[in-house]
Design a protein around this ligand. Structure first.
Ligand code: PGA
Length: 219
């Protein structure tokens, strides 16, 4: 069964979340929701598998504004996205990704490690570096989300997704998801690529109509 991860990023009001919970429940499909962390418990209490969009690399202490993997686990969070390109770019996270992964694993969170090259970069070189750096001394299963940076939010699907996912699978034996402009239209083509084990959906996850159509194609 292919995994579908909904990444709301920093969007939706609490009343919109109530509506999403209601509508997504009626779809009765296995999905993993990554809402703004402040809404996590609402999804957990309604029986959803929840992922955070980020956690910090310490369990507790004087880290104002950060999210504790220990607290997340106690709340019932199951997954965490680590290394999303927006976190790498806007928050300079490359250096602490390995520490974050280790701390999240210590707290029994399942990792979805986001990797992907920028426009004009050599995909395989970037993927090799990001994966080996992130997983140095990590001896546990980690899911990979392959997200070419220039495909995120742009509709640009020019990348050789199948070839790059094969390369990732030659480095690490795990599930590889694809993310970047997945929507009700692109999913028809993307779902034909054989080596994709699931999808990470950003902007389209904000529309129940889009999510419904994506699920109809994939599940
Ligand atoms: P997108 O975002 O679906 O809006 O391209 C994907 C992501 O950032 O994970």
């Amino acid at each position: 069964m292919k995994k579908i991860i909904l990444n709301h990023k920093m969007n939706l009001t609490v009343s919109e979340i109530v509506n999403h919970i209601d509508k997504l429940q009626s779809l009765k499909k296995d999905i993993i929701v990554c809402p703004s962390s402040i809404y996590s418990k609402m999804f957990i209490d309604n029986g959803f598998s929840v992922g955070l969009q980020n956690v910090y690399c310490e369990n507790e202490g004087a880290f104002t504004g950060e999210i504790s993997p220990y607290q997340a686990n106690k709340l019932g969070v199951e997954y965490v996205l680590i290394g999303h390109s927006e976190r790498r770019k806007l928050f300079g996270e490359d250096k602490i990704i390995n520490k974050k992964i280790k701390k999240a694993l210590e707290n029994n969170l399942k990792i979805i490690l986001c990797v992907g090259e920028g426009k004009g970069e050599n995909a395989k070189e970037v993927l090799y570096k990001q994966i080996t750096t992130a997983l140095a001394d990590v001896d546990a299963n980690v899911i990979i989300a392959y997200e070419p940076v220039y495909s995120i939010g742009t509709g640009d699907l020019s990348n050789d997704i199948e070839d790059n996912i094969n390369y990732i699978k030659s480095l690490i034996d795990t599930e590889v998801l694809y993310g970047g402009s997945v929507n009700s239209k692109s999913i028809v083509q993307l779902n034909k690529i054989n080596n994709i084990d699931g999808f990470l959906v950003g902007s389209a996850s904000l529309s129940i109509d889009e999510v419904t159509k994506i699920l109809e194609v994939v599940c």
